[in-house]
Write a new protein. Structure first.
Length: 150
């Protein structure tokens, strides 16, 4: 029921993302008309390279936006993924074929980013021209922090 809230597994994954992405996602889960789950935040070397080997990702560690880290106050590296992978959450699962639901959620992310003065880039339109048909890679469940808005 709306407003939705992240479950503990989504929360854990979200907490491996950069603070701007956390801020945008926390707003998005309250505003979305359909529930969604977080599939990936930060991905370590083994996970990233396993996804590359399987063909699910085109990037090897540490080239993905999911591989970003920041330096914590103690000087150690902390996960700070610029990207999250999400999926609509319907009846306890992700309906992967329902691409319109992914687009709807990505639109909520985009609106929430603008509201906070940020920009996001969506995997269904990596070049940001509004079209999905001109993309060679479609990753409908991927959204990444792309800086502050102009
Ligand atoms: Zn992704």
């Amino acid at each position: 029921m709306r407003p939705y809230a992240f479950g503990s597994r989504s929360r854990e994954k979200l907490d491996t993302c950069c603070e701007e992405m956390v801020e945008i996602a926390e707003l998005a889960i309250r505003r979305t008309p359909v529930d969604f789950t977080i599939v990936h935040g930060f991905r370590g070397e083994d996970t990233q390279n396993a996804l590359f080997d399987s063909g699910a990702s085109r990037k090897m560690w540490p080239e993905s936006k999911h591989n970003y880290v920041t330096v914590g106050p103690d000087g150690k590296c902390l996960p700070a993924s610029l990207a999250i992978d999400f999926g609509p959450w319907v009846n306890g699962g992700i309906p992967w074929e329902e691409t319109h639901m992914f687009a709807l959620i990505a639109g909520v992310f985009a609106a929430c980013a603008i509201e906070r003065g940020y920009r996001v880039r969506w995997g269904g339109d990596f070049d940001g021209d509004g079209l999905s048909s001109d993309q060679t890679l479609l990753d409908f469940g991927h959204v990444e922090y792309a800086g502050i808005s102009e």
